[in-house]
Design a protein around this ligand. Structure first.
Ligand code: ADP
Ligand code: MG
Length: 684
């Protein structure tokens, strides 16, 4: 049944709905309420609590304007229990005229404490005479806002659809097996849909408003399942492809490890084993390594490279910044005796680039670089392994592009993805359901907690003392400029200004400067000088945020730390504390601090644990943000909420696995119902 067969839905509205994937009357049923309004009962003003949204009634006591910079209309009403002020910044004078003393008003809004009395800002309201207004029989469903479609249109259309469903004129297919629903004490789909669109008068309104009613949970479960099934389907599809077998023996591993200046941790050994097991098989590995900043992921990657290297296959390792890619290139170069390695970034141009491309085509074994690696004219000869470092910095498409490079004798490369943005388990299992996950949950021995200080930027002299003392002890420091400007030019300028200022503060120190505007070789020279301790203090923009590894640096000052998010602060701070030295991080802020900024800085001060910090970040910012803006859409749910629905996410994991085995034919149906044209939701 076409959506236009509903009264009130014309061609124009239908076109707008189609953009949301709604074409048929049935589809509209899955346009689900975002929240509810409770207009079933009148609350007494004296019973209202702060932040409560409620329906109230009262008699107008007086109506007046107050003139701040903009006039505001105030109407005080009293219900016999107390007086409340209705306030309006935007109003018509006719509105004021109607609010006569002694007349009756019903209002719906959020109660807040005002200066003199409790108040509601911009409430919905209605006038009424002696005859009382009728009350709603049930909670009112509020639908997500959508360009050009208003609430009442949707509500009216939905009333018709629910009636059709009720009368059996339309039906929705139940996909979840009845025994599973019974086991979980969840209702059938039809019942759940009817309930959430039109909750009965007797409904548990608290449960509904907080999204925890079984009828909502029923729908949420199916949404989560659809997501998991789609991801797992991608994983299975890739599993049917073939990859080169890259086995490696213990002798080779031991020989490689002997030359390292340290012993691998148990966690590193365990993860390396998992990788080696995967890549010895003839299907592509799809593994994500999570490990906190400084947990030693690079050497794990190197041991994967070793396997490919020994089997005469190429490895492409991609890093999000040029500085990091350069650093990896040096490190790996060292460990592989400078054999068979090339570097490629956008900064390599002209003849030099052609030379590199030629080597790649002719089978050079290790290729390290930036995004430049997946440009069209980069042709590999035997790509066996793709490693992506700090994957949260890359978009889905970039990763896909690199995977597609592996056309060698129709074999796909193995894929190793590394991230230092640890995310909570539930989120990881959901966002990366298409990947196997390994966790390096141990830091190398001897690491000391970084102690973090939060200081107002008016205390520069104190901070200067710290920097001096630190550098006089033969240790190094970073000074991070955080100007959040779109323009790299402005960022560079701010860093340059700071650099000049710091040179005046510290005439005896060797100070360097890196920012995104420097030429590639200038950046390299600067980083090398810092690495080899020719510089004491490095002034930098957030270009050093990821990956940079200079173990002798033991102090970091971050300017205007209040501007940065938690995971970014944690990443930045991870540039120190990489050796055995006691390290410090000074978070400078510009007073006054907002509530969230203060909360963030407190968390940083109290914790060094990336997982814990990520959990807080999830609460503050939500899942989409946490996974990085480039991946928005990869885990976006219409209904499900990672925090609130944690138990359901856990149940869904097992259920998804069972469904694939026991009811494969319904999996696709569930996916199709919930996932609208999102073919590339994967993290492939
Ligand atoms: P990340 O996980 O942040 O990428 P890196 O791979 O850069 O960490 O390693 C951080 C530092 O720790 C490097 O200087 C590296 O050489 C060192 N490192 C790695 N593994 C160990 C280990 N098992 N013991 C001691 N130091 C290690
Ligand atoms: Mg790293």
């Amino acid at each position: 049944m076409k959506i236009t067969s509903l009264k009130g839905i014309g061609i124009k509205t239908a076109q707008k709905l189609e953009l949301l994937g709604i074409k048929q009357v049935n589809d509209l049923l899955f346009y689900l309420p975002l929240r509810y309004q409770d207009k079933t009962k009148i609350s007494k003003i004296c019973d209202l609590t702060f932040g409560q949204t409620a329906l109230i009634e009262g008699q107008v006591q007086r109506t007046y304007l107050i003139n701040t910079h903009k006039p505001m209309l105030v109407c005080e009403i009293d219900d016999g229990s107390r007086t409340l002020a209705l306030k309006f910044f935007n109003f018509y004078y006719s509105q004021r005229a109607k609010m006569k003393t002694g007349s009756n008003i019903r209002a719906y809004g959020e109660a807040r404490y005002g200066q003199h009395m409790i108040e509601m800002l911009h409430p919905e309201y209605q006038h009424f005479d002696d005859t009382p207004l009728p009350l709603q029989q049930s909670l009112t469903a509020i639908y997500p806002k959508s360009e050009g479609i208003n609430q009442s249109t949707i509500q009216k259309a939905m009333n018709q659809v629910i009636k059709l469903l009720d009368e059996g004129e339309i039906t929705v297919e139940e996909f979840l097996p009845i025994e599973i629903l019974q086991q979980l004490h969840l209702p059938k789909l039809t019942d759940a849909l009817q309930y959430v669109h039109q909750p009965p008068a007797t409904a548990d309104s608290n449960a509904l408003i907080s999204g925890q009613h079984p009828c909502q949970q029923r729908l949420i479960l199916e949404e989560i399942l659809a997501h998991l099934l789609a991801m797992k389907q991608i994983k299975q599809k890739i599993q049917t492809l073939y990859a080169p077998e890259l086995p490696i023996n213990d002798a080779a591993i031991n020989k490689f490890c002997k030359q390292l200046p340290f012993q691998l941790t148990n966690a590193q050994n365990r993860v390396i084993k998992e990788i080696h097991q995967d890549i010895a098989k003839n299907h592509p590995m799809q593994r994500l390594i999570q490990g906190d900043v400084g947990s030693g992921k690079t050497v794990v990657a190197a041991l994967a490279i070793l396997a490919a290297f020994r089997q005469n296959h190429q490895t492409a390792m991609m890093a999000p910044t040029e500085i990091l890619a350069e650093q990896h290139c040096k490190t790996i170069n060292n460990w592989f005796d400078g054999k068979d390695i090339v570097f490629l970034s956008a900064a390599i141009k002209g003849k030099a680039r052609l030379k590199v491309l030629d080597k790649i085509k002719n089978g050079v074994k290790i290729i390290i670089g930036t995004h430049a690696l997946f440009q069209k004219d980069v042709i590999f000869s035997a790509l066996g392994l793709v490693i992506i470092d700090e994957q949260h910095r890359f978009g889905v498409h970039q990763r896909m592009a690199l995977r597609n490079k592996g056309q060698f004798e129709s074999l796909q490369p193995h894929m190793l993805i590394m991230t230092a943005t640890p995310i909570p388990r539930t989120l990881a299992q959901t966002a990366y359901a298409n990947l196997d996950i390994s966790v390096i949950d141990e830091l190398p021995p001897g690491r000391q907690e970084i102690s973090t200080l939060v200081i107002s930027n008016t205390k520069m002299p104190q901070i200067a003392e710290r920097i001096k003392a630190n550098c006089q002890q033969g240790e190094q420091a970073y000074w991070v400029c955080t100007l959040i400007e779109e323009s790299e030019v402005l960022r560079a300028k701010a860093a340059t200004d700071t650099y000049e200022e710091l040179q005046q503060w510290f005439p005896s120190l060797n100070i360097g400067l890196v920012h995104g505007r420097l030429k590639s070789n200038e950046k390299n020279t600067m980083m090398n000088q810092f690495k080899t301790h020719k510089l004491d203090l490095l002034v930098a923009t957030t270009v050093i945020e990821v990956g940079v590894d200079v173990p002798n640096a033991s102090l970091m000052v971050i300017e205007n730390a209040e501007r940065l998010g938690l995971s970014q602060l944690h990443q930045l701070r991870g540039r120190v504390g990489r050796g055995n030295k006691k390290s410090h991080c000074v978070l400078m802020y510009q007073a006054p601090l907002g509530k969230i900024a203060k909360q963030r800085l407190d968390i940083m001060r109290h914790s060094n644990d990336g997982f814990l910090i990520a959990r807080h970040d999830l609460k503050i910012r939500g899942a989409g943000e946490l996974l990085g803006s480039k991946q928005k859409g990869s885990v976006q749910f219409r209904l499900a909420d990672l925090e609130r629905d944690k138990p359901l996410f856990q149940k869904a994991q097992k259920l998804a696995t069972d469904l694939i085995v026991q009811y494969p034919q319904i999996c696709q149906k569930i996916i199709d119902r919930w996932i609208v044209a999102e073919a590339d939701i994967s993290n492939v």
